[in-house]
Design a protein around this ligand. Structure first.
Ligand code: SGN
Ligand code: CA
Length: 523
């Protein structure tokens, strides 16, 4: 197997030739060559907005630097989350435990930083660790030698950063500043005698999709392709798809989301939004912003659009702003990759790129996430590891963010605790054919009705072909044949042609809930 042989070669663990991979990693560790890990991460970056995944945006809005990672290593074509919302995803990655066991089920919960996490285990095994950027777990980071994080959601312009000493505001655009800090740590602050694990976590492209000064007019003359189901009417599914509050048509706000003004000063909501969007700009930033958006807004006013044409216009503005934010993330990933290449780190550093979860880019008429439907259940995941992952590898086996902690531990040659619930992705990176495969995934969204975007609580199971979802507070089931209906437009739960498949998935769901120790009465 090429990758394993190359790993042994690059780590110099020649004597370990006949050993299993984990032993070889341990031997390499003794030789002082344990791989470094860089976890490049973002917030709400849709798989459909990463050009390496193909899709309708790949040509108009490429992500050349994220694609560089995929080309040099692997793309996980079927990468999913356990609970599609920010804080919970981050807690799952740190702990390797589903939400009901790590205790962080919904945004607004507080992460118990005293529990076992992979950064702590790496630290204990001699790694130096750091996190920069969005954290969003309410309590202070633990398990990191150095950290500087955004309080809460953070700001796009001139953001605050929180350290153990307090909070400081900085001047600049958030994606650039987070990268500056991480590069400064790599170059000047880390303990260079130790292998390192760095988490560089962007705020972008989270709502309100505020582009940086470099990209205020990027995509100006481009028509962004629409999804086929932009005008979904939600027939064919249960009531949850209808009850949500996350449509481009009705939920998006004028000033903050769509960046339309001048505002009517007598309108309190508009005024408040204006403050929230522009309140942190300095004069120079405000002038550049107004120069970019002013003429476009004038043109919109004159056009007097209504109905579907207005939704189409909103879609274009939303997508352009979102993709502009993505472009800054991608530029900054390029800076990190260049740094790694130029400073002799490339050979012995595993670089990942992922997002906390994916996002709707107009599919079903939506923005935001939360549902177990494909667009928000998935998340981008690419990784490069010279000598282990062959360049241009495509991995089709389903993986989940639950697997990250154990993957990082195996890379570092650290034992994987019995209680973690994922499965290391290292065997898939080496050779998908011989690696153990997962047959199904468990998903559970807890935040629920009455909270932001009003998506009802649900849990479910997905196999390579089918998906069963139970909206338990509505007592409604949905079932999809993803091969026949990849966009999940028609539930087949009541179709007698699928009785056997529905029964099989119900049994699998029951098995998974037991396997993952989900309490029957969990709310
Ligand atoms: C805020 C956003 C929501 C978003 C949540 C969670 N509203 O509440 O649109 O779903 O964050 O996002 S906003 O008016 O504040 O933009 S998450 O990524 O942190 O989970
Ligand atoms: Ca998010």
């Amino acid at each position: 197997m090429i990758s394993r042989r190359n790993f042994l070669k690059t780590t110099g663990a020649v004597a370990a030739m006949a050993m299993p991979f984990a032993d070889a990693v341990a031997a390499a560790a003794k030789a002082g060559k344990r791989p470094n890990i860089i976890w490049l991460f973002s917030d709400d970056h849709a798989q459909n907005a990463v050009s390496a995944y193909g899709g309708r945006l790949a040509e108009v809005a490429p992500t050349p630097n994220i694609d560089r990672i995929a080309k040099a290593g692997a793309i996980f074509k079927n990468s999913f989350v356990t609970n599609s919302i920010c804080g919970p995803c981050r807690a799952v990655i740190l702990t390797g435990l589903h939400s009901h066991l790590n205790g962080f089920r919904a945004n607004g919960d507080k992460f118990d930083g005293s529990q076992q996490t992979f950064p702590k285990l790496l630290q204990g095994a001699g790694y130096t660790t750091a996190v920069y950027g969005k954290w969003h777990l309410a309590t202070e980071p633990t398990g990191f030698d150095n950290w500087e994080v955004l309080p809460g959601q953070g700001h796009y312009y001139n953001p605050d950063f929180r350290t153990a000493e307090g909070i400081d505001q900085e001047t600049g655009y958030v994606s650039d500043l987070i990268t500056d800090k991480a590069l400064d740590w790599l170059g000047n602050k880390r303990d260079a005698d130790k292998p390192f694990m760095l988490m560089l976590q962007h705020k972008a492209p989270h709502r309100e999709w505020a582009p940086g000064p470099d990209h205020l007019s990027t995509f100006e003359d481009v028509e962004i392709p629409e999804p086929d189901n932009l005008f979904d009417d939600y027939t064919g599914r249960g009531s949850a798809a209808n009850k949500q509050d996350m449509t481009i048509d009705k939920t998006m706000t004028t000033v903050r989301d769509l960046k339309i003004w001048p505002v009517d000063d007598s309108d309190a909501r508009d005024k408040k939004e204006w403050e929230r969007l522009q309140g942190r700009f300095n004069d120079e930033q405000r002038a550049a912003w107004n120069k970019a958006y002013g003429p476009k807004n004038e043109a919109l006013k004159k056009a007097k659009l209504e109905g579907k044409n207005l939704v189409r216009w909103k879609y274009q503005r939303y997508m352009k702003d979102y993709l502009r934010c993505v472009r800054s993330v991608d530029d900054n990933i390029g800076r990190v990759l260049d740094y790694v290449d130029k400073n002799g780190l490339a050979e012995n550093t595993v670089v990942f790129y992922s997002s906390d979860q994916s996002f709707y880019l107009g599919e079903h008429g939506w923005f935001d996430k939360r549902f177990m439907y494909e667009e928000s259940f998935r998340t981008p995941l690419v990784a490069k590891w010279p000598g282990v992952i062959e360049a241009g590898t495509e991995i089709n086996t389903m993986v989940q963010n639950l697997d990250c902690a154990q993957t990082f531990l195996e890379i570092a040659g650290v034992a994987q605790p019995e209680n973690m619930q994922g499965q290391s992705m290292v065997p898939l990176m080496q050779d998908e054919e011989t690696a153990p495969k997962r047959a199904s995934l468990y998903y559970h969204y807890y935040e629920g009705e009455g909270r932001a975007h009003n998506v009802h609580k649900h849990y479910g199971v997905r196999t390579d072909r089918y998906k069963l979802i139970y909206f338990y507070t509505l007592d409604e089931w949905e079932f999809y044949d993803l091969q026949e209906d990849p966009h999940e437009m028609q539930s087949q739960y009541d179709n007698t042609g699928y009785v056997k498949e529905v029964e099989a998935l119900k049994a699998e769901l029951k098995r998974l809930r037991k396997h993952y120790k989900v309490p029957e009465d969990v709310a």
